[in-house]
Design a protein around this ligand. Sequence first.
Ligand SMILES: [Zn+2]
Length: 267
Amino acid sequence: MNTLKGTAKRVLPASLYTQVADAWLKLAASARFVRVLPKVDIVQLTQIAQSLNGKFERTCPICKFRGYFRAHGSPLRWDAKCPGCGSLERHRLLYLATQSEFPLKSDGRLLHFAPERAITRFVRPAVAEYLTADISGHHVDYTINIEQIDFPDSSFDSIICSHVLEHVDDRSALSEMYRVMRPKGILYLMTPVIDGWEATYEHQHARGALERELHFGQNDHLRYYGRDLRERILSAGFLLDEYTAVGEDCVTYGLWRGERIFVCRKG
Ligand SMILES: [Zn+2]
């Protein structure tokens, strides 16, 4: 109980802690409540509170922060967000991929869809020309619908498209990204994939926001990819390599085990 109290004091603002403590005392005064409260819940609640601000020390390869990462996401993922630069697991994985097997083309022109700040931080200084795009037009260089990209053929040496494909008509988007890519260009593609599934799950009746959240995990996702995502990438004309979060890297850098960067090349 002292552990729970100490943890609550550490993670809650003082005013909120006082309210929670008062409420707890009132509840604890009821012997009946104490009898029915499952002991395991107290242990789990303590573990959750302790894990919110990091469980193990990690290193961020992007900003070089070393220490405790924050919990992030819904449901929460422990040790997911770097407090130094705000990077998540997928941002750190892309950084590692570009620093090793799949380097950015330093003299090239790169288009970044739906740019995430943690990625912009290391990509912008690494390429000759860095352009951002989004359908919303907020804080980007170009307002672009990825299903119909308003650029001529062969306009870019690289494209980054992280967690966009599951929101759009993916066949059009892949085909358009192939079209605007220069020969030998690279598309760094990330999207949620369940490799245990043979086929992508697209429920035609999941039309409302709540239904989409139920079926696909987020209210603006249109599908959950299975391993046939690779066939969709190849059908657009790309050659495909993959960079996967494996082994000790997951421990050191706080990566999501098995997460992949799909590295799509125009031959
Ligand atoms: Zn960082």
